[in-house]
Ligand binder design. Structure first.
Ligand code: PEP
Ligand code: MG
Length: 837
């Protein structure tokens, strides 16, 4: 065997042990040795050595054994690079044989000696000799004849006596553990957790602290923080006369550690050992700079430390632990920021289904807006409103949502749609409202007429049934699993404040309503980066006025109807300016195709005919005339601004008047869907004229900033000339992704999972920015925009603005800020800080 690392190394303070050569456990044990903690003598085998053993070579066993006393009982434990990659189970009590059984019976007592030997024979038979587990695992532990029964069974099954030589036993254990690691199942399992194909395994040979015998003996684990909350709390389990992880097994009467837990505690039973252990645990926290779970054995009142692993933790505990470590001076604040997964913050911002709750999964879709919600199933927006009025939480199920469902969405606690993808209407509104939302649930059949959801297994769920949506996993669950509440506690606020100090890219929120704006403020967004004004036209009372406007034949007629909308819009904007308290507010002019506002059903058309005093045939004809084959590529955005300019005139006036009345900072006005410089010039000329008129009427001077949305590939390509007429450009990556791929954002949900599964897309490009394609257009747009106007302010306001990987790209290409749904603002703030550190 040729290797640069020694095959087997006694772990001392100075031994050459590294995670990449010997694994995490070996490295951790070395750290514990350096802290002078009472760690049993340990030899570490390198990845190379274990690999060679699996291939049929054997390390120098005599050299290993010479490191231990002749009669030491040993154990072998795995040490992989990352503990999550798993590894074969530990084998304890190597060296037990007939002679040791006799001698230990004298010193520890027969019962303890028998338990030690029995445990080893059982493990050896099943995991090393690979004999039938049924024969060995059902033996009644500790029964007086158990040991001899098992030894006989071994001899019968293996057709040879149980090996008595310690070296032979150790060799067989090492070989079987090395081979188990190389097996196909183990490899596939760890690769699924991100391990590379050639991930190595180290092995630890350690002298046993037995945990059985005279005086207080036993084993257990201790940690100094609660895994769910992160609060300081001594927790763990200890079991007298036990080994390994026995104390954690089900059905055993383990003790608690500290007195303040209910029931018997180690602190009561063995106060000195408890005090030693607590000191060791505190030292490990301080010096390993992490909350650790300490694995220990007590042998005749003496504490031995076997291992320390980072404690498992929920997202809220991760924040609390990181902040406490920094506040205690154990780690710097910047490191605390790096220790929390930005994605996981979502768990703190929303209610969650408790991790250990039982889930009865009815169907699955795209997890479009995180958090969990439960309520009675309803199938129309009107039912949702009625349910809310009765004070009954409800889940709104629709095939897909349209602007007319928005009020129902406000009334519901969660939304589920059969169709749609990450940027479909339900998804965008859901995220904006912080409302759990699942879209593209093609596995369930939505029978809207009968008001039923039909699961693939034939279960039928009708309106009124209690269901739970898990918008973080995309699962629709039957019933009411246990929930965890949102937790924006002090630790969260502290972490966010540190993040703001560290980051170097701005974060604004996409906010359309006063509620959105309040959320944006609550999460300390630096302003509104996108206010989609069209939602304001779906308010009750306004839709009819809007429809009258659409039906007006002349420019004057349109202007007259719009004059009725003006005060309403002015109120909307004044409220937003007021809530934002002087922070920048960027308002996007009307964007959607007009026909979205027209009634599609005969009843709706009849109602409109009545309201307008027109024959229904006129209404139907007009609706038909306005139909487009491809509305998302049709008369919408700036094209409306150019052809029906009165709408933008009214909106600009409402913005200016509101801004004056609210004494806000200069408003930002944004033109959607541009693709040519001339479009901007035409709209700019009219808005300038409106500004001049308002200045004259009000006798007050003011300025405003004009910008465009870059949402068409042409706008990105021609950004240099477009930038000359604008002060800012905000990249709308929802439409830009749609147009770059030629992929409908409202229909992609149907085949997205196939595309991702088959590896066509690494991930849904509406969720994670396609850096290769759409990203190249962004990069070109940024570069050309700055060429056209060096001080142009650049940002992104598509849904990608809240995605940590996309933020990394935006920062790299030089955006000034990102704007995302209000509930994603904290995630964006932390992700941006991590990028800057
Ligand atoms: C976009 O297209 O990225 C965007 C922000 O606008 P909307 O989602 O309203 O089309
Ligand atoms: Mg858009």
């Amino acid at each position: 065997m040729t290797t640069d690392t020694p095959q087997a190394t006694l772990i001392t303070q100075a031994a050459p042990i590294a995670v990449v050569t010997h694994g995490g456990r070996a490295k951790c044990l070395q750290r514990l040795v350096r802290l002078d903690l009472p760690v049993p003598r340990t030899v570490a085998l390198s990845f190379d050595a274990v690999h060679a053993i699996a291939a049929g070579e054997m390390v120098d066993l005599d050299a290993i054994l010479s490191e231990f006393p002749e009669d030491a009982i040993l154990c072998v434990r795995p040490s992989s690079e990352d503990p999550d990659w798993g590894g074969p189970g530990a084998v304890l009590n190597i060296g037990m044989n007939d002679a040791r059984f006799v001698s230990l019976s004298d010193t520890l007592g027969k019962e303890a000696a028998s338990a030690l030997y029995l445990r080893f024979v059982q493990a050896y038979a099943v995991h090393v000799a690979r004999l039938d587990p049924d024969v060995f695992e059902d033996v009644e532990d500790g029964g007086p004849d158990a040991l001899s029964e098992v030894l006989h069974a071994y001899e019968a099954e293996a057709e040879e006596p149980f090996p008595q030589n310690r070296g032979e036993q150790l060799a067989a254990v090492l070989r079987s553990m090395a081979r188990a690691w190389e097996g196909t199942t183990a490899r596939l399992l760890r690769e699924a957790k991100g391990a590379p194909a050639d991930a190595g395994l180290g092995l630890i040979v350690q002298e046993m602290a037995l945990g059985l015998g005279q005086g207080e003996c036993g084993s257990g684990v201790m940690q100094l923080a609660n895994s769910q909350t992160g609060e300081p709390q001594v927790t763990g389990r200890y079991l007298s006369q036990s080994q390994g992880r026995d104390a954690l097994g089900g059905g055993v009467e383990a003790m608690f550690l500290a007195q303040d837990d209910r029931g018997r505690s180690l602190q009561d039973e063995a106060p000195e050992a408890f005090a030693d252990l607590s000191r060791h645990a505190a030292l490990m926290r301080a010096r390993l700079r992490e909350e650790m779970q300490v694995e220990f054995v007590i042998e005749n009142n003496q504490v031995h430390i076997l291992d320390g692993v980072r404690i498992q933790r929920s997202a809220r505990a991760a924040v609390k632990i990181a902040v406490r470590l920094a506040e205690d001076g154990v780690i710097p604040a910047e490191e605390a920021l790096m220790r929390v997964d930005a994605h996981a913050l979502n768990e703190l911002l929303h209610r969650q289904v408790a991790p250990d709750a039982t889930r009865d999964v009815l169907g699955r879709g795209i997890a479009a807006s995180p958090g969990a919600a439960r309520g009675k199933l309803v199938f129309t927006a009107a039912e949702a409103q009625a349910s809310a009025a009765r004070g009954e939480p409800c889940i709104l199920a629709r095939r897909e949502t349209s602007p007319e469902d928005v009020r129902g969405m406000h009334a519901a606690v969660g939304v589920v749609t059969e169709k749609g993808g990450m940027t479909s209407h339900a998804a965008v509104i859901g995220r904006g409202l912080g409302l759990p939302c699942i879209v593209g649930v093609s596995s369930l059949r939505f029978n809207m007429r009968r008001k039923q959801l039909i699961a693939p297994d034939g279960r039928v769920v009708s309106a009124g049934t209690q269901v739970t949506l898990d918008g973080s996993t995309g699962e629709i669950l039957l019933g009411e699993p246990e929930m965890l509440e949102a937790a924006q506690d002090d630790a969260f606020q502290t972490m966010m404040a540190w993040a703001d100090e560290a980051r170097d890219i701005g974060i604004r929120a996409n906010a359309d309503t006063p509620e959105d704006a309040i959320t944006a403020r609550k999460f300390d967004a630096q302003g509104i980066g996108l206010c989609r004004t069209e939602h304001m036209f779906f308010e009750p009372g306004r839709l009819t006025v809007m429809r009258e406007m659409i039906f007006a034949d002349t420019s004057e007629g349109r202007a007259a109807v719009l004059a009725r909308l003006l005060p309403m819009q002015r109120d909307d904007f004044r409220e937003l300016f007021r809530i934002m308290g002087g922070l920048p507010v960027c308002i996007r002019l009307f964007d959607p195709p007009l026909h979205e506002f027209l009634p599609t059903t005969t009843t709706g058309q009849r109602e409109l005919a009545e309201a307008l005093g027109l024959p229904i045939s006129d209404v139907t004809r007009r609706v038909e005339e306005m139909g487009e084959y491809n509305p998302m590529l049709g008369l919408r955005g700036v094209r409306l601004g150019v052809t029906v300019p009165e709408i933008y005139d009214m909106q600009a006036r409402a913005i200016f008047e509101a801004s004056l009345e609210a004494s806000s900072t200069e408003p930002e006005i944004m033109i959607p869907l541009v693709s040519a410089k001339r479009e901007v010039e035409l709209v700019k000329a009219r808005i300038d004229a409106v500004a001049a008129a308002v200045r004259a009427e009000r006798g007050q001077d003011f300025s405003y900033r004009l910008g465009v949305m870059v949402e068409t590939p042409r706008a990105a390509l021609r950004a240099d000339e477009i930038a000359q007429s604008t002060e800012f450009m905000s990249f709308g990556t929802n439409d830009l992704t749609q147009m770059t791929y030629g992929l409908s954002r409202d229909d992609a949900g149907r085949f997205m999972s196939d595309y991702v599964q088959k590896g066509v897309f690494p991930e849904d490009p509406f969720h994670r920015l396609d850096v290769d394609g759409v990203g190249e257009l962004l990069q070109l747009g940024v570069q050309r925009g700055r060429e056209g106007r060096p001080d142009v302010v650049l940002s992104i306001c598509g849904e990608h603005g809240g995605n940590p990987e996309s933020i990394a790209f935006c920062r790299m290409v030089g955006f000034d800020y990102v704007s995302c749904s209000p509930f994603r603002v904290p995630v964006a703030r932390l992700a941006a800080a991590q990028l800057a550190i």
